[in-house]
Design a protein around this ligand. Structure first.
Ligand code: BGC
Length: 436
């Protein structure tokens, strides 16, 4: 069994809204609360990581992990457009310090899907003002906390909006009874498992829910609601890249020592005969067209959970009888090393796997999944690919967005009635996969 070399960044990841609890000023909280919400359940206290981060970081460190990727909740820092909450800045200073005290390197994400509610009310991620607003938040925050940071991801899965746009278009068509027309994805049907994130496409009263959400943001038309995880235009796609570049440059000016990149949600594309052009197009949409905006970054965060098949008709099914995760996609641990290899052909900087994992209630399977994934990644390093870190998703069982708490990705289970932590065998296994 292969292991990572000493000094490699081995860890786990979380995102603020999925674990902290009570992120009442962000756009997710607002959408979770409406009567016909798309969410299976609201996040509420989540897994109370806001108050229990010390225990969680200690558990990681004790298991042998040396890196923790977590995100800072923009809406906590700026609950209103012109507000800046120093108490919340202090909170994250304590989290960073706690990492250092435990010998754990922090990788900080500045925006992991959730945005301040006020931002969405003013047009969100389609309003060009987002570029300066995001860059100013990042600049000021690293001005205060940058001395505690080293690796920073500006935006999580900066390509997610485009993937959702394709899926949402399909959904709209289905809802208006015009299924099948238009895009490649429409031809293939399109399903929740086409994207590597928890969304619901088949809730009752979805239109009503959207109208209620728009109202919650003070918007008349649901089409004006541009959260990060919602449909985007091609201009909106580029706006995310501009926000990334502006934030990166602002943070570099403030703290030249920071290593800055973004993360992308990528699939291992597999073309069956006739599917080549579909697979190539998808790879271009997911990855290649972003290269001009990221090629000067210090690193790229690679996130992959599964593979995707294409045949002469577009997206095709995984092999019949293949095992599925709770998320509905194929359980295929080799996907991550395939993607790392493919990314390394074009992106020449350092790579960090910022997310990879499996949603399953069978922890023995999770242990095998991790061993297989790590095996493939160590081979990538042996072949000369500059892979510097592996973050398993996720440290804790947590709030999988619209799917609620039912998806169990975690290395640590949480009894939400008491918020008691129960480390799983997989935490130990991951920690053992590095030379000490
Ligand atoms: C996201 C996480 C999410 C995970 C599992 C990624 O798309 O960054 O927030 O929980 O995948 O679906």
């Amino acid at each position: 069994m292969k292991k990572f070399a000493e000094g490699f960044m081995l860890g786990a990841a979380t995102a603020a809204h999925q674990v902290e609890g009570n992120n009442i000023y962000n756009d997710y909280w607002a959408q979770e609360q409406v009567p016909h919400s798309m969410f299976n359940e609201p996040s509420l206290d989540a897994v109370d990581h806001y108050n229990r981060y010390e225990e969680d970081i200690r558990l990681m460190a004790q298991a042998g992990l040396n890196t923790y990727r977590f995100s800072i909740e923009w809406a906590r820092i700026q609950p209103e457009k012109d507000a800046w909450d120093e108490n919340e800045v202090e909170h994250y200073r304590k989290v960073l310090k706690c990492c250092h005290e435990n010998g754990v390197r922090p990788i900080v994400t500045m925006m992991h899907f959730s945005s301040p509610k006020w931002l969405i009310s003013m047009g969100g991620w389609e309003n060009p003002e987002v570029v300066d607003l995001f860059a100013s938040y990042c600049r000021r925050l690293v001005g205060e906390l940058g001395d505690q940071m080293e690796y920073v991801c500006t935006i999580n899965e900066a390509n997610m909006r485009l993937q959702l746009a394709a899926l949402m278009q399909e959904m709209m068509k289905r809802m208006s009874g015009a299924q099948g027309a238009g895009t490649d994805k429409a031809a293939a049907g399109g399903s929740e498992s086409d994207v590597q994130v928890g969304i619901n496409l088949n809730k009752e009263n979805m239109m009503l829910g959207m109208v209620e959400c728009a109202q919650a943001f003070g918007l008349k038309d649901p089409r004006d609601m541009h959260t990060f995880v919602s449909q985007c235009t091609p201009e909106g796609d580029l706006l995310v890249m501009k926000a990334h570049e502006a934030a990166r440059d602002a943070m570099k000016e403030e703290c030249p020592h920071l290593k800055i990149g973004l993360t992308l949600s990528l699939h291992d594309m597999v073309a069956r005969p006739g599917g080549e052009k579909f697979a190539e197009k998808e790879w271009d949409d997911e990855f290649l067209h972003y290269l001009p905006y990221i090629e000067h970054d210090d690193f790229l965060g690679v996130q992959c959970y599964t593979r995707k098949f294409f045949d002469g008709n577009g997206v095709a099914e995984a092999p019949a009888g293949s095992a599925r995760t709770q998320m509905g996609y194929e359980d295929y641990p080799a996907a991550i090393s395939d993607v790392v290899r493919k990314v390394a052909e074009r992106f020449k900087g350092d790579l960090i796997v910022t997310e990879n994992g499996i949603a399953t209630d069978n922890d023995a399977r999770r242990c095998e999944f991790i061993r297989e994934a790590v095996d493939g990644l160590v081979q990538c390093i042996e072949d000369g690919i500059p892979l510097k870190g592996y973050m398993y998703w996720s440290l804790l069982d947590n709030f999988e967005w619209q799917k609620g708490f039912s998806m169990t990705f975690g290395l640590i289970a949480v009894d939400r009635a008491t918020q008691t932590r129960h480390p799983k065998e997989s935490l130990k296994v991951l920690g053992s996969l590095i030379e000490q």
